[in-house]
Write a protein that binds this ligand. Structure first.
Ligand code: UD1
Length: 417
């Protein structure tokens, strides 16, 4: 298991590039299965989660090639609709292959993803929507056997705007015979990116990015070329690194609109932020101010994926900040690790963290428990006095392509061991 060794206390200064979005790349790669042709996906980040998706594509018969950040998927030769359990387990979001397989084959056999490190993450919304679309689902021994004698469009009202369920429904709908209307759909930028890819393949989709999405019946999809959107969560992670360590940075390749939910939090903490085209400039204050309240919500609310890094940054602010986690039930696992570094944080009812800002954090031996929680430890370490060892960084590698390279470019002392 790799570790990051970080010597904190150095102000950052420099410019870095932003990677493509993991949460866009994964459903788009699975969408390649719903398409009959050779899809070319640019700006595809090099992450272990993306490698897991590519392994699944290869396993079901696709020919896959990566050249730099461009991935080519030839799905003309796809010949299986079952994904082995070991591949499903490598990545929880592999469940998004379900809709794509049903769309292409009218059948899918995948293992149920079960719980994960940040909470239970049930898939009841995915399954009930597919049932409404005339899919029969039998769950035996943890395997979901899905078949249909004809996918039908349906009116689906989600009780919660689940990102994964919205994606699975969209992917199944492009192979359905009638119109599908998703009400209370997720509005995340990654949904719009998936819709853009499917549209360039010939799908007819209205309303992506809004609460009601309409997917019209269409002819068989043909392949397309697509560029994945920038990763808004990694952008906010770099911003938190600068805020925590002090200094300034220019982040290239951002989309300003996607960052709108997080900018007010950085500004309330005292950071100066400016945009020019697709560049973001951030300058940290001498000491961060507290942020009275941060509440995670579905987009366009504050993202749950940026919650941990904001907490790490606020640990050293002046005053008391309160963070409420409204999306996942187990997303404060970084708190005990931040406390090892001298943070004063208490969790109330499992969902609210009260952060009493301290003057200094100190290097310590800490362990990543999940992807974003691991990034939070790096954020805190950059602003801490002395050496921090962040263990189990395979979690971080699932979603951050070049954390140590990018941070080194900003002048941070960080190395992988
Ligand atoms: C996606 C993102 C993840 C992000 C999350 C919320 C990917 C690969 N992952 O995950 O990084 O943190 O959105 O923005 O894009 N739920 C149910 N039943 C369901 C589905 C979801 O109860 O059938 C609940 C979940 O337990 C959770 C909430 O809904 O409490 C949000 O989940 P969802 O939006 O589905 O997240 P993911 O798609 O898994």
């Amino acid at each position: 298991m790799g570790k990051f060794i970080i010597n904190g206390g150095k102000k950052l200064d420099g410019r870095i590039d932003l990677q493509g979005s993991k949460n866009s790349a994964l459903p788009i790669l699975s969408a390649c299965v719903a398409v009959d042709g050779i899809s070319v996906i640019h700006n595809c980040p090099d992450l272990t989660d993306v490698s897991a998706a590519l392994k699944i594509l290869e396993c079901i018969g696709c020919r896959v090639k990566r050249e730099g950040s461009t991935v080519t998927v030839d799905s003309t030769v796809v010949n299986r609709f079952d994904i082995p359990d070991n591949l499903m387990r490598e990545m929880r979001s592999s469940i998004v292959f379900l809709g794509a397989l049903i769309s292409r084959f009218g059948a899918a056999s995948v293992s149920s993803p079960g719980g994960c490190e940040i909470g239970l993450r049930p898939i009841d919304l995915h399954l009930s929507a597919l049932r409404r679309m005339n899919v029969r689902i039998n769950e035996t021994g943890g395997v979901l056997e899905c078949t249909t004698d004809g996918l039908c469009g349906a009116n689906i009202n989600l009780s919660f705007p689940s990102v994964g369920a919205t994606e699975n429904i969209m992917l199944a709908s492009v192979g359905a015979s009638g119109e599908t209307v998703i009400t209370n759909a997720a509005r995340e930028p990654e949904i719009v990116d998936l819709a853009d890819f499917l549209t360039s393949c010939g799908a007819v989709i209205y309303g992506a990015g809004e609460s009601v999405i309409r997917i019209k019946p269409c002819r068989k999809l043909s392949s397309a070329e697509h560029t994945v959107i920038p990763d808004r969560i990694v952008a906010s992670t770099f911003m938190a690194c600068v805020a925590s360590a002090g200094g300034k940075a220019l982040i290239e390749g951002v989309c300003r609109e996607y960052l709108a939910p997080v900018i007010p939090v950085f500004e309330a903490a005292g950071c100066d932020i400016a945009f020019r085209k697709n560049e973001l400039f951030i300058k940290a204050p001498e000491r961060l101010s507290r942020v009275k309240s941060v509440v995670t919500m579905p987009y366009p609310g504050f993202p749950t994926d940026s919650q941990a890094i904001i907490m790490a940054m606020l640990a050293k602010s002046r005053g008391t900040s309160i963070i409420s986690e409204k999306i996942f039930e187990n997303r404060f696992r970084h708190v005990p690790e931040l406390i090892k570094m001298g943070a004063d944080i208490r969790v109330e009812d499992g969902r609210v963290a009260v952060i009493e800002g301290v003057k200094k954090l100190y290097g310590a031996n800490v362990t990543s428990c999940d992807l974003r929680g691991g990034c939070a430890l790096a954020v805190a370490a950059l602003g801490a006095e002395g050496k921090t060892v962040v263990d189990e960084i395979y979690h971080i590698d699932r979603g951050c392509e070049t954390l140590e390279t990018s941070l080194s470019q900003l002048g941070a002392e960080i190395k992988r061991e």
